[in-house]
Design a protein around this ligand. Structure first.
Ligand code: ATR
Length: 279
């Protein structure tokens, strides 16, 4: 990497930020395109978030990604918001206007859908209802993307039902909230099953779910990517369902920001997946 005085700048604001794969991911694309630019990890405490964010355009930054715990604060300080960011209630991508204005968007749902469509090209929103497990921030992004893509019905199941009801009210569209006991019936005509919880992640308990009623034509995807093959994906693949792992969501959600800041449209390739997994 050779930087000049005209290098374009972007980064990721988090607290902590050391675990983030984004610098490696954007660094790969900057190198691949031979661009004069840098993408930096920005470790920023919550109490400093707004002041630091507002200083960045004054230092020439084109924009930033925002990760835990700043996504809601980023929504609150944005001058403009996309409709999806507003409904999700969180911002993960910021582009600074030439006037220093903060333009907030949320690309997590886009990343989810792109990953799904690359990984399971036979799946389409027309194929039928979708079952989503979980109702946190990731579930909000997933549900908004699915509804906006034209899925006829999204069925949300979450340990805390109140959170699922709030999700349905905020995202809007045909979203039904079901108790755990309704899962076997809900799976019967499902075209897609999504785990958006942390269950199955290294260090968390596995997701306990009986897939018996799920049609073998249904696609199963997990937003957990460590491990890449979660128990859910392994069980689904063993009974003949097409599965899509969660790493691609992380990679695809990064594309719109990279294009806005650095002016090139990057691709998600097997080589990129391997490079990011090595970190
Ligand atoms: P994120 O914003 O990354 O989605 P989150 O808001 O903490 O994270 O949401 C995590 C999801 O995993 C939630 O749906 C959570 O369920 P609750 O809403 O009931 O908290 C779910 N989750 C986490 N641990 C769980 C567990 N042990 N059993 C069932 N669900 C769990």
């Amino acid at each position: 990497m050779i930087l000049t005085g005209k290098a374009k700048l972007a980064g990721v604001m988090g607290w902590p930020v050391g675990h983030s794969k984004s610098p490696r991911l954007h660094g790969y694309w900057l190198e691949q395109f031979g661009l004069d630019g840098a993408y930096l990890p920005l470790s920023v405490a919550p109490e400093d978030f707004e002041a630091v964010l507002k200083a960045l355009p004054r230092m020439g930054f084109a924009g930033v990604n925002v990760t835990v715990p700043h996504k809601e604060a980023a929504l609150a300080v944005s001058d403009t918001l996309t409709d999806q960011a507003l409904r999700i209630g969180a911002v993960n991508t910021i582009v600074f206007g030439e006037d220093g204005k903060i333009h907030g968007s949320n690309t997590d749902g886009y990343g989810f859908l792109e990953n799904l469509k690359f990984g399971a090209p036979e799946w389409s929103a027309k194929n039928g209802p979708v079952v989503v497990i979980g109702a946190g921030g990731a579930a909000r992004a997933v549900c908004a993307a699915l509804i906006d893509d034209g899925v006829p019905e999204v069925r949300v199941i979450n340990r805390t039902q109140a959170k699922a009801l709030a999700l349905a009210a905020d995202i809007q569209g045909d979203i039904s909230v079901l108790p755990n006991s309704a899962l076997p019936a809900a799976l019967k005509d499902t075209s897609l099953l999504v785990n958006t919880t942390i269950l199955g992640m290294v260090g968390s308990p596995p997701l306990e779910i009986n897939l018996d009623g799920l049609p073998t034509s249904a696609v199963v995807t997990d937003i957990v990517y460590a491990p890449l093959q979660t128990n859910l994906l392994k069980s689904a693949a063993a009974r003949g369902n097409v599965t899509v792992d969660g790493l691609g969501m992380l990679l695809h959600q990064a594309r719109p920001g990279f294009e806005a800041w650095f002016g090139a449209n990057p691709e998600v390739t097997p080589a990129l997946r391997k490079f990011v997994l090595e970190s």
